[in-house]
Design a protein around this ligand. Sequence first.
Ligand code: DC
Length: 224
Amino acid sequence: MTVPVITIDGPGGSGKGTIAHELAARLGWHCLDSGALYRITAVMGERRGIALDDEPALVALVNTLPILFEAGRILVDGTDLADAIRSEAAGTGASRVGALPGLRAALLQRQRDFASPPGLVADGRDMGTVVFPAAPLKVYLTASAEERANRRYNQLINKGEGVSLPALLEDIRARDERDIARPVAPLRPAEDAVHIDSTAMTIREVVDTVLAEAARRGLFAQAG
Ligand code: DC
C-alpha cells in the first residue's frame, strides 16, 4: 500500500511549519519537519567543533546521530534540542549545511522513512521536488518577505528575544537567495504544485484550502 503524502514547500517564514502541524493534526497523519534535520546538523556540528562546510565530517555525524522526534521534544543523542534549533543562528547554519549535496543525500532516506500509514505531511524546501516526487498533493506556500519578517519578529518578541525588524528582513532575503541559488535541490515549486500566497490569509484559511485540495484528490475519506 502506498502511503499518501502532502508536501508543503516554500521559503522560511511562509508558515509551512504551522500549517503542516495543523494539517497533520486534522488528518491524524505523521508530520516531517525536514528543516529540523538541517538545523540539528548545524547545531550538533558546531557543538562538536565541525566546520559547517566540512561535508565528510557532517555526513559522518548525521549517519551516526540518534534523532528522536516525540511529543514536541527533539531528542538528539539524548539531549532535547527543540529550543536550541529554533535560533536565528541555527537557521542560518541550516541553510549553509543544506547547500552540501552529500549531506542532503545522507538525509534522504531518513526523511522518506517518515512516510508511514495513515499518511504524512512533509514540510521543507524540496519535499515535492526531490524527497517525495510522487506525492499526490504538493503545496508551494509563499508570503511576501516583509510579512515573513513581521511574523518572525512577533514570534521572537513573544519569546522575549530582542531583535531588529530590518535585520530580520535582511536575513530572510539572504536566506531566500541562498536557498534559491544553490545548485542542489534549490527552493523552487514542483511543476505540479498548488501555489498558495499566505500573505493576507489566516492559518485556518490556508489549512482549509489544503484540506479542500486533499479531499478533491480523494486523499482522505471525509472533506475537512
Ligand atoms: O524550514 P526551516 O526554516 O527550518 O529551514 C532552515 C534551513 O534548512 C533552510 O534555510 C534551508 C534548509 N532546508 C533545506 O535545505 N531543505 C529542507 N527540506 C528544509 C530546510
